[in-house]
Design a protein around this ligand. Structure first.
Ligand code: ZN
Length: 96
């Protein structure tokens, strides 16, 4: 079976910095797998979705996840009690 070229992203809404151009999406850092959210435009990163309404607690994606990220399924978000923060679900072609 071929892997789907589409990947599904779970977003908590717009980035406070990019003003409508960036979406803040759920990810998990590799390899330790802690949940974080980051903007798919500017890569501003927060360790909790509750902080992502302001840039105050933000860091960079490189800083929080130097070894990259993977994208959690809705099931994993549900298990972590994070599903309630999901506002937008969208899909995009898998890059690589
Ligand atoms: Zn942004």
């Amino acid at each position: 079976m071929r892997e789907s070229p589409w990947r599904i992203y779970y977003s908590i809404g717009d980035c406070p910095l990019c003003e409508g151009n960036g979406r803040v999406i759920f990810a998990r850092s590799k390899p330790d797998s802690f949940f974080l959210v980051f903007c798919d435009e500017c890569e501003l990163t927060w360790t909790s979705p509750e902080q992502a309404s302001s840039t105050r607690e933000a860091g960079s994606l490189k800083e929080w996840a130097p070894e990259g990220v993977e994208f959690p399924t809705l099931e994993k978000l549900r298990e972590a009690d994070l599903e309630k923060y999901v506002e937008v679900i969208f899909r995009q072609r898998n890059q690589g």
